[in-house]
Design a protein around this ligand. Structure first.
Ligand code: SAH
Length: 243
């Protein structure tokens, strides 16, 4: 005769169901936090920016699960509008800055973007949500390895991560429609300007570790002449490497 009570498979089923429910609650919670983060990003831009972020930029931020890009110890703060440590002395940028840099690039479907400073892979994922192909370089090998695995497991198959010094760009894959540098350089690396196509845009923080850095926008005209505009004071980790 069958024992009264639940069979092992019923228990397993119940357990699986509870886990699914828990996961559901967790991701609903995260979606809510993400929506609140976007409200804050929009409000910050309304205060300081000259125009609102595009709906595409905000949708890309809304689709990217920032909590999957930060270490578990700081996961509770994943949707706060501030930078967070990602190990190896590096940081993932504040969501507002990610939105701003993304928006400034004005990229869309089919574009090819070069990123210098993969870090966690979050900025690359946000760009990939705009249906662009991303080539991203990271100088700290364990970060490159981790970001590559993370992006692959999340299904970001249009992002290619390479370990290397981004100062020299990625000549084999250029020219790029846009270039984004997420570490502060003391001057604009000439190889990156070279690898930007005419009509393309680059955003890059310029300045030293102990002085004010500024976010710069480089626009390359149709005839290949670059013009540089200083946008706002920012704070980034330094661009390292042997140059
Ligand atoms: N975009 C990242 C944040 C990057 S923090 C994100 O979304 O998480 C800046 C990153 O630039 C760090 O990971 C740092 O190791 C990397 N970096 C610094 N100098 C570099 C260089 N010369 N080439 C490539 N990456 C560099």
């Amino acid at each position: 005769m069958k024992e009264p009570g639940w069979s092992a498979s019923a228990w397993a089923g119940q357990l699986a169901l509870s886990c699914l429910l828990l996961l559901g609650v967790a991701s609903a919670d995260e979606a809510e936090r993400r929506a609140a983060m976007i409200d804050e990003v929009v409000a910050t831009q309304a205060r300081y920016g000259d125009r609102p972020f595009t709906p595409e930029t905000l949708a890309a931020l809304g689709h990217t699960e920032r909590h999957r890009f930060v270490p578990t110890e700081v996961r509770d703060a994943a949707y706060a509008n501030r930078p967070l440590p990602i190990g190896h002395g590096q940081t993932i940028s504040q969501p507002f800055i990610v939105a701003l840099m993304t928006d400034l690039l004005r990229v869309g479907s089919g574009d090819r973007v070069l990123e210098v400073g993969t870090g966690s892979g979050y900025q690359a994922a946000v760009l990939a949500e705009l249906d662009v192909t991303v080539f991203t370089l990271e100088i700290v090998e364990p970060l490159a390895v981790e970001a590559r695995a993370r992006l692959a497991s999340l299904g970001y198959d249009r992002v290619t991560v390479r370990h290397g010094d981004g100062y020299y760009g990625w000549p084999g894959e250029g020219p790029f429609d846009a270039v984004i540098v997420t570490a502060a350089a003391s001057y604009i690396p000439p190889p990156l300007v070279e690898q930007l196509r005419p009509g393309g845009r680059m955003v890059i923080p310029i300045g030293s570790r102990f002085h004010t850095q500024h976010l710069m926008l480089v626009e390359k005209s149709a005839d290949g002449t670059p013009t540089v505009r200083q946008l706002l004071p920012v704070r980034f980790v330094p661009l390292t490497g042997g140059h």
